[in-house]
Design a protein around this ligand. Structure first.
Ligand SMILES: CC(C)(COP(=O)(O)OP(=O)(O)OC[C@H]1O[C@@H](n2cnc3c(N)ncnc32)[C@H](O)[C@@H]1OP(=O)(O)O)[C@@H](O)C(=O)NCCC(=O)NCCS
Length: 236
């Protein structure tokens, strides 16, 4: 039986190498990344101009370094990223724009066994605090609810990402599972950072079985659950 991983590579449980064939079979249904409008935003497929804008975004650094995009300033890496983000397959990759300004990005795996799997949720520091994350996810999920009626939404998030969790809860996501997870990018950096840099996430990590692990929530939003995209009464 074929199964989709969190990052979307379809693979056969018996490891017979069926992965490429299964990917090819689903490609025609999932190749098109059409723009999505809503909540004052436009979600667009990646292109050269938008990649150039994302390359200039400010960075978060550890422990959110996996999201940072300064490597796209290298023309070869930018070209590779454009090819990756526009290739046919189960993923759709969006750059989120307010007018012509790129203010965020998000990807979705349409073929994950656990549901419509949202990942790469990223709003750079200069555009954070304005509800972009909530609004872009709301616009995305409304469009996908029409296209994939009845399907639930799923995402996973390291437990220290509390800012993101506030947004996910406002959109109707609830934690369904919490587990220890090997995250290669976090683990690599944990060997290098100082104890002071590690301290803010100390209760979310452990050194176990010879490697660093991070605690991760799996969150689910059932189809059709109400979403709140305006700041609540207690917000600044
Ligand atoms: C987490 C992250 C995506 C949040 O992006 P964001 O756009 O600032 O998030 P929100 O949409 O929740 O907006 C933030 C604030 O704007 C306010 N807001 C909400 N809707 C608003 C609206 N319509 N208009 C103006 N402000 C609004 C909210 O009150 C919210 O306040 P809070 O931070 O106290 O909860 C961003 O900080 C990020 O990319 N971080 C690094 C990567 C990361 O953690 N990704 C998620 C991993 S799972």
């Amino acid at each position: 039986m074929a199964a989709a991983t969190a990052h979307g590579a379809l693979s056969c449980d018996c490891r017979c190498g069926i992965e490429k064939r299964v990917d090819a079979m689903i490609t025609p249904r999932t190749a098109v990344t059409a723009p999505i409008e809503g909540e004052g935003l436009q979600l667009r497929p990646w292109d050269e101009g938008l990649i150039a804008q994302m390359a200039g975004w400010r960075e978060y650094g550890f422990p959110y370094h996996a999201f940072d995009l300064a490597h796209l300033r290298d023309p070869q890496k930018a070209a590779a990223a454009l090819a990756w983000a526009t290739e046919p397959g189960p993923h759709r990759h969006f750059v989120v724009c307010e007018g012509d300004t790129a203010v965020g990005r998000v990807s979705v795996n349409l073929k994950d066994v656990s549901g419509l799997y949202i990942w790469a949720v990223h709003v750079p520091p200069e555009h954070a605090g304005l509800g972009v994350c909530r609004r872009m996810l709301a616009a995305l999920m409304r469009a996908l609810e029409v296209e994939f009626p009845g399907e639930d939404f799923v995402l996973s998030s390291n437990t220290f990402a509390e800012h993101a969790h506030r947004a996910y809860q406002a959109l109707g996501f609830a934690v369904i599972e919490t587990r220890w997870h090997f995250d290669r990018e976090i683990a690599e950096r944990l060997w290098k950072v100082s104890p002071a840099e590690r301290e803010p996430i100390a209760r979310h990590i452990r050194f176990h079985g010879g490697r660093w692990e991070v605690r991760t929530h799996v969150l689910k939003r059932p189809h059709g659950v109400p979403m709140e995209t305006q700041p609540g009464p207690g917000s600044p």
